[in-house]
Design a protein around this ligand. Sequence first.
Ligand code: MG
Length: 440
Amino acid sequence: MKRTTPIPTKSEIPAALILTAAGSSTRMGSATSGVPAHKKEYIPLNGGTVLSSAARIFLETIHFPLVVVTYPFHENKIDDDTALTQCKAAFFADKELIRYTQNSENNSHELTAVIFVRGGSTRQSSVLNALEAVQTWFTSHEKGTACTGSSDPLVFIHDAARPFVTAKIINDTALAASTYGAAVPALQPVDTQKEVDSNGMIVRHLVRSQLAAVQTPQVFRLTPLLTAHRKAAAEKKEYTDDTEIWDTYAADKTNARVHVVPGDSANKKITYPEDIQHEQEKKMIHTGLGYDLHRLTEGRKLVLGGVVIPFNKGEDGHSDGDVLLHAVTDALLGASGLGDIGSFFPPSDPQWKDADSCMLLKTVWNKITAAGWKLINMDCVIALEQPKFLPYRDQVCNRIAEVLGCDKSQIFVKAKTGEKLGDIGEGRAVEAWVTCLLEK
Ligand code: MG
């Protein structure tokens, strides 16, 4: 694991990362007293949590001497201790982060110090608490002097619930903030934007090209931002985000407006459980291919997909000879990697004589589903000169779906003739090809 860029800022400006995880995640479902069962920042993700995933991409991208994580505020000491413990556990859930961070034995300058700071009752007050901690840390660690001007540290404020932030966004905001004093990533809205009043009436038609949907990290010079936050707190004013606080209190003084860099639609904030569900459940998808051929002979039943089709010939074979189900079974076994039909039911074994292929398929399918696989879909081709297959298609699809316990819409079967050519066309054999997709 290597950092993609050593430090992208102009003059090796030290940088602190604030990860805000002090919210209550009310839209993720109910939380019981002090124990956020569904706290979005603590949900498992990529071998760690949402919080640790966010932290890791920052630490892999540039060197942060300091990371501050805010955790939820609780009046009561026990709940407060629990909240701190949970936050630490969520951060260090990714063991790789231990390698990046300082502990009592390992205290190198290359590593990152991690401080957990109790949040406030609002996001703004949580960020202020974190900024005070950053200021205190830099004052005591950077030769005892507060940094100002071009050596003033950069502070990245990032929603811990945005675990898909990219290295490009981190680098771009770092560079822009070191140049302009403040930077944020933003996307131009895709939908036409309107301003709506409290009665739900459109009152203003906004110009989409002049709008920006702001993401995080929001990156600023520490000293002016902290000063601005202190003023906002002293005036007891609540702002939507740190860029508004910066614009209200710091931009004029420093002549630095917030610079916008391109955001990324992947850098979304997890708000509802479904936002992360597909990430948590990244599926393995396997394809399978099955093929079979049986001779057609008089005195045997023609069985296709578990359905007996009236005809004067049927498949020769050790079992009932159901060519379609044999191809189905092999396709499913191939996709799951569990074997093939011959290894499960050797023709040399007398117990499979005249066996019902539905039963053979069911036996195999139970093993495949026990290994965690689910069927996405299956597509089948039968090559048969006579009789006409179409009248039986529905019945065959239904029967296969029934054996596999899936919906009929997941199974499709079509038939071709051999144009009177070769073994198929001359009615001596029947063939089947089956493809399937399995997921787990
Ligand atoms: Mg066969």
